[in-house]
Design a protein around this ligand. Structure first.
Ligand code: SF4
Length: 333
């Protein structure tokens, strides 16, 4: 770790004690309780068709289902996934029902389709996805090529639950995605993820032993990261994930708007990355990648400094995702 590891922005109003920090993060949020109480649990929050690189220059169809369920018990500083979660656990039977609704609306599933089941938290959190529902969920997964779920590294535990579900969905292959966020230890601690780099590595090792595919999410320019170090640390974080045995790494530009990042932005402790910063980070991480490297291009326009060049620059990132190589910069980016 070089000296830049210790050069981070002041924490501003964010408390350093976990319990106080947790309460502060909650206090910054808009009050959405009334809307969250009214969320129906018999259908998913959303579903969509998309395409994803297959690692060989082509793409695979992907059906992504956003499940409605209880809020994740962590309160990460940058997370806005709680917006569409319920205040109470979802009763058994509702998650398979939600998948049924998405499958019926999505229509025929082409061969080699991948399924993503996103639950705004950890799939292997029994308070979010009832364990009793695993067989019914698995039954709905078997026709897909693979099934991707997300999980906090702490809930990977010894891998028993992961193995059980991965065996239930056969012949579909299980993929588990975990948020590394950053390999910068001091900033990782302030993100309130309550996870160490060692714990991330250990969870990656368990998933490898279980035999599932693995992904990691890395934030580009998280809070407290000086802009001048954002590219270096995005690349280092991707390298750290690959060296932990992770097969796919997605670089995500840090998005504000969740309530907690705004007071930090006011005191200069958080600045969203520019599109140029994301491009630099992707170029650097792509050049040194030891696995599949993806740029998250969702809602990318908000980071663009120049509307006239945006589409060409977005297209370039999408082609890089597909071809897994660095392409010439376009549009002055
Ligand atoms: S673990 Fe994931 S879902 Fe839970 S609060 Fe953190 S970022 Fe959000």
């Amino acid at each position: 770790m070089n000296s830049s590891a210790h050069f981070v922005l002041p924490s501003g109003p964010l408390p350093s004690v976990v319990v106080e920090r947790d309460a502060w993060i909650r206090a910054q949020r808009p009050d959405l309780d009334a809307a969250r109480r009214g969320l129906p649990t018999d259908r998913p929050a959303a579903w969509l068709w998309e395409c994803e690189p297959d690692g060989t220059g082509g793409v695979r169809p992907v059906l992504t289902v956003f499940l409605t369920n209880r809020e994740c018990p962590w309160r990460c500083l940058m997370c806005d996934l709680w917006h569409h979660t319920t205040l109470d656990p979802v009763p058994p039977g509702q998650i398979p029902r939600q998948i049924d609704v998405a499958l019926a609306a999505a229509g025929p599933v082409p061969p080699n389709t991948r399924l993503k089941l996103y639950n705004a938290g950890s799939f292997f959190d029994p308070g979010a996805i009832p364990v009793a529902d695993y067989p019914a969920i698995a039954q709905r997964c078997r026709d897909f090529e693979s099934v991707l779920v997300e999980c906090h590294p702490s809930l990977v535990r010894n891998g028993v639950r992961v193995r059980e579900f991965s065996e239930q969905i056969l012949p579909a292959r299980l993929e588990v995605a975990m948020g590394l966020e950053t390999a910068h230890p001091e900033i990782l601690e302030r993100l309130n993820k309550r996870m160490t780099l060692e714990a991330f590595c250990a969870a990656a090792g368990v998933l490898r032993d279980v035999g599932c595919s693995t992904r990691a999410f890395v934030l580009v320019q998280p809070p407290f990261m000086p802009a001048a170090l954002a590219v270096e640390w995005a690349e280092r974080s991707a390298s750290f994930a690959f060296s932990s045995g992770i097969q796919w790494v997605t670089l995500i530009p840090t998005r504000g708007g969740n309530g907690a990042l705004e007071p930090l932005r006011e005191v200069g402790a958080f600045t969203p990355p520019t599109l140029s910063c994301l491009e630099d980070a992707v170029d650097a991480a792509m050049a040194s990648r030891a696995g599949m490297l993806l740029a998250d291009v969702w809602d990318l326009e908000r980071f663009s400094e120049d509307p006239s060049t945006f589409q060409a620059r977005r297209d370039r990132l999408e082609w890089m995702n597909r071809l897994q190589c660095v392409l010439p910069r376009v549009g002055g980016g």
